[in-house]
Design a protein. Structure first.
Length: 136
């Protein structure tokens, strides 16, 4: 397995099967061009097998932390450590970029995600409820 940062829309289009919806080229271009936005792709035998995206968030009284935006691994490649390796690499990147921490919301009952994040060094603090606004 090889993990590398995505730098082109073409790479994201080739990894389209890993995302929830089809890749929108204009959104992909904007994501890749934005400072503090990161998308790492895992390749197995030269094919995209998984990804993790992270966004650096900055606040005046806290500094910078990494928000693990999304993690996805192709069905055929699950339970092989790819998700853990992607999270670990994003964590390394966050440290390299001077982030003081990293966080990710997890859907209630998503035991697979919780196990993946725990295996990569994450821990629950039990203090978070995620509130959302849907603008669609």
């Amino acid at each position: 397995m090889e993990i590398r940062r995505a730098t082109t829309v073409t790479e994201l289009m080739a990894a389209g099967h890993l995302f929830d919806r089809p890749v929108r080229p204009e959104a992909a271009e904007r994501f890749l061009a934005a400072a503090g936005h990161h998308l790492l792709l895992a390749y197995v035998a030269g094919e995209p097998a998984g990804f993790v995206s992270g966004v650096e968030t900055v606040h005046p009284d806290k500094g910078t932390e990494m928000f693990l935006y999304e993690l996805g691994v192709a069905e055929a490649h699950r339970r092989r450590g790819i998700g853990r390796a992607l999270v670990e690499r994003l964590t390394e990147l966050a440290r390299e970029r001077g982030c003081y921490g990293q966080w990710v919301p997890v859907d209630t009952g998503d035991d697979v995600a919780v196990a993946t994040y725990r295996s990569a060094g994450g821990g629950e603090d039990g203090s978070c409820t995620v509130m959302t606004w849907d603008f669609t």
